[in-house]
Design a protein around this ligand. Structure first.
Ligand code: SF4
Length: 593
């Protein structure tokens, strides 16, 4: 026994905290202890704050008395020893935990655990919830196994400064021991338990944005209803997370600048002058263009906080990304590699993906295009879309049936290519440039782009790849191993797969905003026989348009709630993991109409 918690937890050991989480929700337990996921919300931060005082080790718990020793004398009870932050472990049970506070008889007879909770005493019959009682009972079990008498404990609710007594009866003891056994089994399973159904617990759960309980349920029920030949009439998913992110990317494109850290802030300086700063809590990524240095301290802090640092050349050529260890499990990557080797799975992934891309291309033309070219392209795209059923995992198009020599994937690439040709043929009709011939667009070209419109498009696609790469990496996927685009040196194939439906609605849309609202001018570009280069003003303009677009609220086409495009990208990356891991049967892609 001692007051130091072992820093490494053996694989089959169970902790007191796990008992609480598992009793609260087995899926939460899985996310935290099998997948290693965590996110704070207001409740968890409040919980940490109220624990700060009890996390301080002061008195050592007295040795437990021998069972036969009488610990009370005739002169009255001596004051109890109050020990905080007591770590106990028991080899036989394979069980350990850190107890907030233990009030013990100085002679080592009786010990009473006190667990601190945020908030007020709950207004329920037992004045406490099952996870809290199970957690306290687990502490009681540890104390008993260490020789103390322990038949009750207290929950201390900091919000109302009230202790609630919890008696350790036989039922609570049996249920807690069963929970410990269930946890040991659950730690060895890599399949995620189903989400709770329409539970009020999800509102307060800090992992609701990772778990996506209602979205998972909706997609499962829709698939079951469709298999049974009906349609799902369930309720719309609740949006359990904020519509917009508080943290946004921090872009630095000032050549010769240096990024350092001061406390919890990133500070950008040039020639000893401060030219910018960003609070870490408000920073989702650090994006560097060209010759910008980062101090080792700033880099380490970003890694520790899970903030990726993305490195681009001045011309937005993606060099790489610096990040911490991220998700420390390989389940999702293993599922990704297995899926990529399964042609049937790939078809199930690709068909809705490219169908959504072409739907979004057509929607953008309908919204912004003009003239006969728009009408004919939209008609042709509508007819083209009808040749591929997005809800099917097989290709029904007549052209494919008539040409058995072509593989499924090559047919789908050709199908997408024909749609792209139609879309870009009508693209000039969306540019409202008046008499500015510099913004004429004839065809898509790149490496290097030859005109301002292509330069803007290439820059916006680089930003989109970066956004997708960061989102996929954050979910533990390998952005370089695609299911549609073939892996090739230097190509983040999965990020390129993932970005397809978002190209028109995010990247192309930001470029149209830049040109059509006059955010860029011909003088912001230098064009010669080697290609077209963007001046800093043009880069600033497209970055602004891009960030505005990502921050815009949109009604999710599948789930019906409103959230920013940045949030939609993140949800989609999380749902892709669910698809790969078999948690959901299919993955619809966001579309605009
Ligand atoms: S959101 Fe709900 S279902 Fe998901 S882990 Fe949290 S409590 Fe469990």
């Amino acid at each position: 026994m001692g007051n130091e918690l072992s820093s490494t937890l053996p694989e089959d050991w169970v902790t007191v905290d796990m008992v609480n989480r598992f009793t609260f929700c087995p899926r939460l337990f899985h996310l935290m202890y099998v997948e290693g996921r965590w996110e704070d919300n207001a409740f968890t931060l409040e919980g940490k704050a109220v624990h700060r005082r009890v996390d301080r080790i002061d008195q050592i718990l007295p040795e437990a008395a021998a069972p036969e020793k009488e610990t009370r004398d005739d002169e009255g009870d001596p004051p109890p020893v109050v020990a905080r932050s007591v770590s106990l472990a028991h080899d036989e049970l394979g069980f350990m935990g850190k107890l907030d506070l233990v009030s013990a008889d100085p002679e080592g007879g009786e010990a009473v655990p006190v667990e601190t909770k945020r908030g007020r005493v709950p207004n329920v019959p037992l004045r406490s919830y099952p996870p809290e009682r199970a957690q306290l009972m687990a502490q009681g079990l540890l104390l008993r196994r260490h020789g103390y008498r322990c038949d009750h404990g207290y929950l201390y609710f900091a919000g109302s400064r009230t202790r609630v007594r919890v008696d350790f009866d036989e039922t609570l003891e049996r249920e807690t021991l069963e929970t410990i056994a269930a946890i040991r089994a659950a730690r060895a399973v890599s399949i995620m338990p189903p989400p709770l159904e329409d539970s009020p617990k999800c509102w307060g759960c800090s992992l609701c944005g990772i778990c996506l309980p209602d979205e998972t349920r909706e997609l499962r029920e829709a698939a079951e209803a469709s298999e049974a030949g009906g349609t799902d009439v369930g309720t719309d998913p609740r949006r359990l997370f904020p519509a917009r992110d508080r943290a946004t990317p921090f872009y630095i494109q000032e050549q010769g600048a240096r990024v350092g850290k001061t406390g919890e802030r990133l500070v950008v300086t040039k020639e000893r002058e401060k030219i910018g700063e960003s609070r870490l809590i408000e920073t989702s990524q650090v994006v560097l263009f060209g010759n910008v240095q980062v101090s080792a301290q700033a880099l380490h802090l970003c890694m520790e906080k899970g903030i990726p640092v993305v490195h681009f050349s001045t011309g937005a050529w993606f060099h790489g990304i610096s990040h911490g260890t991220g998700i420390e499990n390989a389940y999702s990557r293993a599922a990704q590699y297995a899926a990529a080797a399964d042609p049937a799975f790939c078809a199930r992934f690709i068909i809705p993906l490219i169908h959504a891309k072409v739907t979004n291309q057509r929607a953008l033309l309908l919204r912004n295009g003009s003239g006969e070219s728009r009408e004919s392209a939209c008609r042709a795209l509508a007819a083209h879309l009808r040749t591929l059923d997005p809800s099917s995992s097989t290709i029904s198009a007549r052209a494919f049936q008539q040409n058995p020599a072509v593989s499924e994937i090559d047919f789908l690439r050709g199908w997408e290519g024909r749609a792209a040709a139609l879309y870009f043929s009508a693209f000039p009709g969306m540019l409202k440039t008046g008499e500015l011939p510099d913004f004429d667009f004839t065809a898509r070209n790149r490496r290097p782009p030859k005109d301002p419109v292509n330069a803007l498009l290439s820059f916006a696609y680089a930003l989109l790849v970066k956004e997708c790469l960061v989102a996929l990496w954050a979910e533990g996927l390998d952005p370089w191993w695609g299911l549609y685009h073939r892996p090739r040196h230097g190509r983040p194939a999965l990020a390129i797969d993932f970005m397809e439906p978002f190209r028109p609605i995010l990247a192309d849309s930001a470029v149209l905003t830049c040109i059509n609202t006059g955010m860029v001018r011909p003088r912001d570009f230098i064009t010669n026989s080697n290609g077209c280069a963007m001046q800093p003003a043009a880069k600033k303009a497209i970055l602004r348009a891009w960030e505005q677009r990502l921050d815009q609220l949109h009604t999710h086409s599948e789930f019906g709630y409103r959230c920013s495009w940045r949030t939609i990208l993140r949800i989609q990356a999380r749902l892709l993991v669910r698809l790969l891991r078999g948690d959901i049967p299919h993955l619809p892609w966001p579309v605009v109409r």
